[in-house]
Design a protein. Structure first.
Length: 639
């Protein structure tokens, strides 16, 4: 018998004894296959193998599969030992192991930061947080699950002090026991109501219902993550179970004077929050079930896709803070388990984008977060472009309107007059609005609405006449239009060539003078809103020249792709694109082209040139001609 088999057998025997003493193991069947275990590790190579073996034995006895997420900050061979143990056939039967390696630059916020990273990656409804040094016996997870079921609790604490049996802490020296008790007393004194019935608020061993946690509320610091959760989530229903703190199997204690200072700072910050400081609120967005986002800051462009509660694990998380310590410019590290892209400007613009377990995480500086339009347009939207291509659909730079199940795409170079043309068409044709700036296409030609607010100008409002805008909004448009015009965009790109902090400048400008964005029903009162349709044709408008030209499919596709690229390119787009294209096992550019080509199929395409911007007056005749041609084809086929 090898070492792993011996560990497994010992864990199974211990658990069997526990079950025999406790009677029937009453664990709700709903736990099956939905329990994640987050284990932060730092130099635990001597015991990580036994931990995984005992977790597998616990899962086998409880008929519950565990998803184990190891967040490793080690400088030794902990990760390698974990991979070797995870490869054991008996372990694989009851445990899946994901290892998140954090290099020294990513080890922010200590053990608590590692736990939050693991919580973000967890897919189970229930998550156990425990140490990796075997002082938290894996077999106690059975008690945690049972207590959650029996007491209908959303947080179950494994307590060292629930009973008067001092032997449960015998592995702690008397000085450490004294310090531990003192820390508990201080915490309970500062939070008398929230911690009144909790004997061990300092425990790092607990079970929590993942859906009840708002990770955006957590500002991890130090190593007492459970205290952070208790202080910031007063709505949680809490239960406790006793456990015996086991002797350390290997390694050394992480407790230190520095940790004590961090604990004091953590208590002070939590107490200040509790006296009325503003708590961050998570905003959830769902893009047709294809992609889900969670953000610390509201994203106004996605307001119509916001949901009150999560519809599933987020594919993209946007958080303020938690930035790596890197210098100005672009930093890319696409090696290892956690690729990262950083973009910094000395003037204040700073973002980090990381990928982990198929999920993207964006960390931004408060400077960026104060400009929500910049946060969405220049950071979130570029990520959406390529991540949606990975999912098998594509965002094209085109407006879309529909009638009777037929959708027409309207595309142009940026700042050509597409929005004004679109709004005029909505006012004169009996059609539904689906999208203005971006439209979501599936490869079978289905069009899904992407209802961002429309960016307008004073010229747009003048051309429309009747809108729902008040006098103050109309007056503000004059300054907004001048600043956010085509000339302003050209000037910004010129600054980019001279390597000036253009992203920071853009963030300041859009904070001081927000772009004029309004939802379509305020611009065309009474407009019909659609949700999905099927693409029937592509209209391309262009400044200069005259007349209409039918385009072959290849040429129409090339123009549409060029217009898509023209919509991007503003910093830090190049950094994000480099990362996303390099990370994917597929050629995403080729895939994007293929998806659009399949979606358009044999639909007609027409290029309309104009000197006087009269496209809205000419498009109805183009649609009528397409309709007549389609009717003739149907008639011939019927004959």
């Amino acid at each position: 018998m090898n070492v792993g088999e011996a560990d497994m057998s010992r864990g199974a025997i211990d658990l069997a004894d526990q079950v025999e003493r406790a009677g029937t193991l009453r664990i709700d069947s709903g736990f099956a296959g939905r329990v994640s275990v987050v284990v932060p590790t730092r130099n635990e190579e001597g015991c990580i193998g036994e931990l995984l073996a005992r977790l597998a034995a616990t899962g086998a006895a409880a008929r519950t599969a565990f998803e184990v997420i190891i967040v490793d900050d080690s400088d030794d061979a902990t990760a390698a030992r974990a991979r070797a143990a995870a490869a054991d056939a008996e372990v694989r039967r009851h445990v899946t192991v994901d290892i998140i390696r954090r290099d020294p630059r990513q080890r922010t916020h200590g053990l608590s930061g590692a736990v939050v990273r693991g919580l973000a990656a967890a897919t189970g409804r229930w998550v156990v947080v425990m140490d990796g040094d075997l002082q938290h016996p894996p077999e106690v997870i059975v008690d945690l699950l049972r207590a959650a079921h029996d007491h209908r609790a959303s947080l179950v604490v494994a307590s060292r002090y629930l009973t008067s049996d001092t032997s449960r802490c015998a592995s702690l020296s008397w000085p450490r026991r004294a310090v531990s008790h003192s820390c508990v007393m201080v915490a309970r004194a500062l939070f008398p109501r929230r911690l009144a019935k909790i004997t061990d608020p300092m425990s790092g061993f607990f079970l929590v219902e993942r859906e009840r946690l708002e990770l955006a509320r957590l500002r991890p610091e130090g190593f007492k993550i459970q205290l952070e959760i208790l202080a910031t989530h007063p709505q949680l229903t809490i239960a406790e179970v006793p456990f015996t703190f086991a002797p350390r199997q290997s390694g050394s204690s992480k407790a230190s004077y520095r940790q004590g200072v961090a604990y004091g700072h953590q208590l002070a910050v939590l107490r200040l929050r509790g006296t009325g400081a503003r708590m961050p609120v998570a905003h959830h967005y769902d893009i047709h079930g294809l992609f889900r986002l969670r953000s610390d800051r509201m994203l106004p462009e996605l307001a119509r896709m916001r949901v009150e509660s999560p519809t599933g694990p987020p594919d993209l998380i946007v958080e303020v803070g938690g930035l790596l310590k890197v210098g100005p410019g672009e930093t890319l590290d696409l090696t290892g388990d956690r690729p990262v892209a950083c973009y910094r400007e000395r003037a204040g613009f700073a973002i980090d984008v990381t990928a982990c377990l198929g999920r993207m995480e964006v960390h931004v500086s408060p400077f960026v977060a104060r400009s929500p339009h910049v946060l969405y347009t220049n950071v979130v939207e570029p990520i959406l472009r390529w991540k949606l291509v990975e999912r098998g659909c594509v965002l094209v730079h085109a407006a879309c309107f529909a009638q009777n199940g037929n959708a027409w795409l309207l595309t142009a170079r940026t700042d050509t007059g597409k929005t004004t043309t679109m709004l005029k068409l909505l006012g004169q044709l009996p059609v539904e609005f689906l999208s203005d700036d971006l439209t979501l296409l599936t490869p079978d030609g289905e069009v899904l609405t992407y209802p961002k607010p429309l960016t307008i100008s004073a010229h747009t409002v003048h051309a429309l006449g009747a809108t729902d805008l008040v006098r103050g909004e109309r007056l503000a448009l004059k300054a907004q239009s001048r600043l956010h015009s085509r000339e302003g965009r050209r000037a910004a790109f010129l600054l980019t060539r001279h390597r000036l902090p253009v992203a920071s400048l853009n963030a300041v400008v859009q904070r001081l003078v927000p772009p004029p964005k309004y939802h379509v029903e305020r611009l065309v009162p009474g407009v019909a809103l659609g949700t999905r349709s099927h693409v029937a044709g592509l209209l391309i408008i262009e400044r200069g020249g005259t007349g209409e030209t039918a385009l072959p499919a290849a040429e129409a596709l090339a123009i549409l792709l060029a217009n898509c690229d023209d919509a991007y390119g503003f910093p830090p787009y190049a950094t994000l694109e480099h990362m996303l294209l390099a990370m994917s096992p597929e050629d995403l550019r080729a895939k994007e082209r293929e998806l659009i080509q399949r979606a358009l199929g044999s639909t007609p395409a027409c290029l309309l040139r104009s000197e006087c911007l009269d496209w809205a007056e000419r498009i109805p005749s183009v649609l009528a001609a397409w309709s007549d041609r389609s009717s003739a084809v149907v008639s011939v086929t019927a004959s």
